[in-house]
Ligand binder design. Structure first.
Ligand SMILES: NC(=O)c1ccc[n+]([C@@H]2O[C@H](COP(=O)([O-])OP(=O)(O)OC[C@H]3O[C@@H](n4cnc5c(N)ncnc54)[C@H](O)[C@@H]3O)[C@@H](O)[C@H]2O)c1
Length: 448
């Protein structure tokens, strides 16, 4: 099939590359000149495991090409995906500017029958809005083509995006138009072989499904973070509690980790957008608002623990090694990452920070081009040079089993803050270190 994808970010580029890989002819439209330059050299401008190889292979085979404008990229496409950003406005509302613009560009360029697939995460009513914009633009040109907008939210996770796309749990299609749905079924057939994954529903239900999924996952995390505080207060260990509830099949063991708070480009903004959507509908999404509030507070938690530990003589002049900057492992995405709150809080308190992340160093240099007090270093070991304490913020595999004896030798204050509960407190203490985790009340009490 002939497919156009507008937006070559994490979602658009993965969508484009996966459809190209099963034999479709795909044009990627990307307006960012730096992104388009690197894509034309088959270089992926961000870190996503396996994506560079997939893009290089399909570009070399002529199944993927890159253009800067919708007018050049739409041609005689049968399907056009909108995979542009929907960042949050200060009110929490999703900023629909990029989606509106993409819709208008489609309406101005479309020259035949087309299914437009709204893949960006966007509030209920967006499919209808995109349809209206396209119809209006066609009317202004005096043309009439069969164009139908279908909702198709994306559930991939950064870090395992290709596998999630190719072998996802479900493919949700929001449309009641039979012709459009038939075409979409045909397009997704290669990813729907093992068992039926396609769910067809009305567009509003499809749009809300995406927010419901992210809000549910974020709720589990905030719930565990709230329980972690209680565990600290009453002398329980949240890791034991997690195992104790996770085996219950009604609960399940995923997304039950207490930590430094959730981040990334999706959960924070989608929970806020859900709450905004509710307000617009005259409702109060109490739970979503609480989930967001708990998370905001949790992002301060590591700093609070550090400040409390060093309360006697303060943080001024101290140096902290920070391991992990990306909002989660296997990505270089720093959007809304808890590391940002921590680094800024430490610097604000007059401390120095030596930070390392296995893949997010370029992204960190772009975020903090020259931040006084912050050194972005080349390895986890180098981060320890002259450090008083170590703080782990991202649960990269490489940080899971460090040499605690070496940490004890190198850290001046011999203390570690485990923001992801990666380590066994007893093993850390056996090396002569003070251990602070998240919600490890019983474990923390032993060290006091
Ligand atoms: N990142 C994720 O893990 C993820 C997962 C599921 C859903 N989503 C949703 O998918 C959408 C895209 O997310 P992302 O992380 O890929 O965003 P992104 O910001 O990384 O990428 C969007 C890209 O679209 C480009 N763009 C915007 N308007 C354009 C236009 N008119 N023409 C050409 N290019 C245009 C931008 O330059 C940018 O490169 C968002 O709504 C997001 O919430 C993201």
């Amino acid at each position: 099939m002939r497919v156009t994808v507008i937006g070559a970010g994490y979602v658009g580029l993965v969508t484009a590359a996966c459809f190209a890989d099963v034999g479709n002819s795909v044009v990627c439209v990307e307006r960012d000149p730096a992104r388009i330059d690197s894509l034309r050299k088959a270089q992926v401008p961000f870190h996503e495991p396996g994506l560079s190889e997939l893009v290089a292979r399909n570009a070399a085979a002529g199944r993927m090409r890159f253009v800067p404008e919708v007018a050049q990229g739409l041609g005689d496409a049968q399907v056009c995906f909108i995979a542009v950003g929907t960042p949050p406005l200060p009110t929490g509302q999703a900023d629909m500017g990029q989606v509106r613009e993409a819709a208008a560009q489609i309406g101005r360029a479309v020259s035949g029958p087309l299914v437009v697939v709204q893949k960006s995460t966007a509030p209920v009513g967006t499919v209808a809005m995109v349809q209206q914009i396209i119809d209006r633009e066609m009317a202004a040109r005096g043309v009439q083509h069969w164009v139908r907008v279908v909702s198709n939210p994306e559930f991939l996770k950064e870090g395992s995006a290709i596998d999630d796309f190719m072998r996802g749990d479900r493919i949700v299609l929001g449309s009641r138009d039979e012709r459009a749905v038939t075409l979409m079924r045909q397009l997704y057939r290669p990813f729907n072989r093992n068992h039926e994954k396609i769910m067809v529903m009305d567009a509003p239900s499809s749009e809300l499904t995406k927010y419901a999924a992210n809000a549910m996952l974020a709720t589990r995390i905030s719930f565990m973070n709230e329980l972690a505080r209680l565990a600290e207060a009453v002398g329980a260990d949240i890791e034991q509690v997690r195992l104790g509830i996770g085996v219950d099949q009604r609960i399940g063991s995923h997304f039950l980790y207490a930590g430094a708070g959730y981040g990334g480009s999706c959960f924070p903004k989608d929970v806020k957008a859900l709450a905004f959507m509710a307000r617009e509908a005259g409702l109060h999404a109490q739970l979503a608002e609480a989930v967001d509030a708990v998370n905001q507070r949790q992002k301060q938690r590591l700093f609070e623990k550090i400040a409390a530990h060093f309360a006697a003589d303060g943080l001024k002049g101290r140096t902290f090694a920070v391991w992990g900057l990306a909002f989660k492992p296997n990505t270089d995405d720093l959007r809304d990452a808890p590391s940002i709150d921590l680094v800024e809080a430490l610097l604000g308190a007059g401390a120095r920070v030596r930070a390392f992340d296995p893949v997010a160093m370029d992204a960190a240099r772009r975020l903090w081009p020259a931040r006084q007090g912050l050194e972005l270093v080349a390895s986890a070991a180098e981060a320890l040079d002259g450090a008083d304490a170590l703080v782990v913020v991202t649960e990269w595999l490489a940080f899971r089993s460090p040499d605690f004896d070496e940490l004890a030798r190198r850290l001046k204050a011999r203390v570690v803050f485990d923001g992801r509960n990666l380590w066994d407190p007893a093993s850390v203490r056996a090396a002569g270190l003070v251990y602070h985790g998240i919600g490890r009340g019983a474990a923390d009490l032993k060290s006091d």
